[in-house]
Ligand binder design. Structure first.
Ligand SMILES: Nc1nc2c(ncn2[C@@H]2O[C@H](COP(=O)(O)OP(=O)(O)OP(=O)(O)O)[C@@H](O)[C@H]2O)c(=O)[nH]1
Ligand SMILES: [Mg+2]
Length: 227
């Protein structure tokens, strides 16, 4: 089995080494999983790229802006049959990737997403971020009937072949909810699994209010276009 782990980054030099080091390559190898690590870097001006390479990752520079854009580029370059994703800021527990793959295989699922809220470190979210996240998840449930508890989580494990059957239009942060909406509404076998989410290392780039409004407008527009 071949796994591609995709991590988008912009100026994550404080965290990226720790994120890559936490990937349990030995366990994955024991489970017959050949792992490729792709960093899709938005032309960082710090040492993110050098640190990622020094830790064995392949770095692809994507100068076009956007979280979703970075993933689209990563998906095109991925050689694995299974794709796992996470942020480059040490928030997601990379250790659990083998368990998520085992669940994908055992339960014959197509798409796993994760829920950051059940076990999260309470300091991990700013108040506005929590309100924004819950509002967007409620909107996603109401508009698209996707039974999600966390529409914004950036850790997914899925079969690459599903990309042929889903339509991903967003280049920005709404990409995170769009991939879940598409997987759920196309009738794929999906599951949401709680994870231990941590406080970010490195500088916060997200503007909770501005990005939250953009995400909400994206959801409404997608719903209107779907009708
Ligand atoms: N290549 C690329 N990566 C990006 C871009 N925007 C964000 N990222 C990376 O995508 C990941 C998610 O962005 P974050 O800033 O962590 O967004 P978030 O998780 O909603 O916000 P935090 O709570 O602050 O972590 C991080 O690893 C970023 O460095 C972009 O335009 N291009
Ligand atoms: Mg993050």
């Amino acid at each position: 089995m071949k796994l591609t782990i995709i991590i988008p980054t912009i100026n994550e030099e404080k965290a990226i080494g720790k994120v890559i080091k936490e990937i349990p390559l030995e366990t994955l190898k024991k489970n017959n999983c050949d792992t490729e690590i792709l960093i899709i870097d938005g032309a960082s001006t710090d040492n993110t790229q050098d640190i990622a390479r020094a830790h064995g990752a392949k770095v692809i520079t994507e100068t076009r802006k956007g979280y979703g854009r970075a993933y689209k580029t990563g998906f095109k370059q991925a050689t694995g049959d299974i794709i796992a994703t996470a942020d480059g800021d040490y928030t997601y527990p990379m250790k659990i990737i083998p368990d998520l793959i085992e669940t994908l295989e055992k339960e014959n699922l197509d798409f796993i997403t994760t829920n950051r809220f059940k076990y999260c470190d309470k300091k991990s979210f700013r108040t506005l971020h929590i309100i924004g996240n819950h509002t967007l998840t409620i909107a996603t449930r109401l508009l698209f009937h996707a039974k999600l508890k966390d529409s914004q989580s950036g850790m997914w494990v899925f079969r690459k072949k599903i990309l042929k059957n889903i339509t991903l239009t967003s280049d920005g942060m709404p990409f995170s909810e769009e991939i879940k909406i598409e997987a759920y509404r196309k009738g794929l076998k999906c599951k949401e699994i709680p994870i231990k989410y941590r406080t970010r290392i490195g500088e916060v780039k997200l503007n909770s209010f501005k990005d939250g409004i953009k995400n909400l407008l994206f959801l409404i527009t997608k719903k209107v276009k779907a009708n």
